[in-house]
Design a protein around this ligand. Structure first.
Ligand code: PLP
Length: 220
């Protein structure tokens, strides 16, 4: 077995252990394998090993490798986890099954338009900038609940979950707790939080999916 497949098994085992530790049901947490910067040849063995859910952070990069893989494995589920520019909404709706980075009015409007035009309905998450970081995408946590509501009422978009990336240099726990609280207030069920360095903590705080890249594919 290659390193990548050993890594995948380890991550799946750690997820199961964290679910048990947190008193969560087995299988409560979905692994989103983050394959950004890795090419189709490196991704294919991971699919063959049974992994079906993947994350990419750039629309253009994903367009280069996923249409062929999706044609080969129709049950793949692809998540957009990076910032979405409104001029890429069309491509994003066409390619992704889940868009985790809805974070402003203009994107919500563009997505609604494209979803109607293409007759496609990717599942949507709102990204929340829990650390109020200047350089990071995501809506201000103080506006998140109202924004989810406007996505529903103004744009007709069903929002399924919230997503966050805590500041790299802080204890992630309070950020995960904040995201969980906002999700409850907004009435959304899914929580995308936790990466290679902190996914077990995120699971303890209620993550329903974790986005894990380097712990599976290695350094970028
Ligand atoms: C790259 C990326 C990840 C995965 O990060 P790792 O630390 O490699 O697990 C998760 N979420 C987002 C939004 C990313 O861009």
């Amino acid at each position: 077995m290659t390193d990548i497949l050993i890594n995948l098994e380890n991550v799946l085992r750690r997820i199961a252990a964290a679910e048990a530790e947190a008193g969560r049901e087995t299988g409560a947490v979905t692994l989103v394998a983050v394959s950004k910067t890795f090419d189709a040849d490196e991704i294919r063995p991971v699919i063959e090993a049974g992994q079906r859910v993947f994350g990419e952070n750039r629309v253009q990069e994903a367009q280069g490798k996923w249409p062929a893989l999706k044609a080969e494995w129709p049950d793949l589920e692809l998540h957009l986890i990076g910032p979405l520019q409104s001029n890429k909404a069309k491509e994003a709706v066409a390619l992704f099954d889940v868009i985790e980075t809805v974070d402003r009015e203009k994107i919500a409007a563009e997505l609604a338009k494209e979803m109607a035009r293409q007759g496609k309905a990717p599942r949507l998450y709102v990204q929340v900038n829990t650390g109020l970081e200047e350089q990071k995408a995501g809506i201000d946590p103080r506006e998140a609940v109202a924004f989810v509501e406007r996505c529903r009422t103004v744009h007709g978009l069903a929002i399924e979950g919230l997503m966050a990336i805590p500041p790299a240099d802080e204890n992630p726990g309070p950020h995960f707790a904040l995201l969980e609280k906002l999700a409850r207030e907004a009435g959304v069920e899914k929580l995308s939080m936790g990466m290679s360095g902190d996914f077990e903590i995120a699971i303890a705080f209620g993550a329903t999916s974790v986005r894990v890249g380097s712990a599976i594919f290695g350094g970028r």
